[in-house]
Ligand binder design. Sequence first.
Ligand code: ZN
Length: 303
Amino acid sequence: MRKRDSQWPRRKFITTGLQVGGLAVVAASPVNVFGKKPNEITAYTVGQISDMILKETGFKENNDTVDIIKAGNRDMKVNGIVTTMFATIEVIHKAIDLKANLIIVHEPTFYSGRPDERTWTGNSDVIERKLKLLNDNNITVWRAHDSWHTIKPDGITNGVIRKLGWNNYYAGENTFKIPSTSLKQLVKELKQKMDIEHLRIVGDKDDKISKVSLLPGAWGGVKQMTTIINDKPDVLIVGEVSEWETAEYVRDARALGDKISLIILGHAMSEEPGMQWIAEWLQPKLPGLPITHIVSGNPLQWV
Ligand SMILES: [Zn+2]
């Protein structure tokens, strides 16, 4: 017996796009992205959809890409798509309930970005049971990571910016000039607009902020610290840090008198709006196919 109802966190999924049919979109789009009229399409396969995303994002396939199938196969006919950050067990159950058999994720499914993602631990019955759940329900998981970061502007950052309403504030690839505010007010805005309950900072709540660098996800210490050095923001907003790298750098920089703060949103929540945006971006390209975004949420609890 699965007891997911009691565990299903509140506000944990958002529905976007069409749920059934698609007549409004059909009328607006007589020919779809495959060059076919909707009535010529019997069903899209996983391969057709993933190839289309790679093409439309301008991503050049290479042997190192992580944008590959994690479970299932490319010939499967797709009844419905779920987009999410992580194909958690809860997200998989929700996809089953929605009768959606393609889950498009941004991050790994089996806890490693490696090509041997399913076997890297040697033996793990967590991996085995998760794979069985997917296989028993004929669900394919495909990862849209490299491609969705390749599209211009970056699909993840663009999703976050749309959510924050910062579209007019671009002052560089990852840097924004926002109306002057305090660190405290900025934290409040991020929490409200991105639906984040708790986040972490290095800084003083009264710090004045107008120049912001934004790196959702886990770009690593080198990229995070060189962004501070080169762009000189008042605050760097990230998904996650290795605590011994960027967090210590900002602590020392402040102690030496620099005007720099750090906001850590949490990895999943920091990129989630980008996977909501891929659902909205996909829907007109796949008329009639139900596409639903499900928020996978933060795995960590505060105690
Ligand atoms: Zn990412």
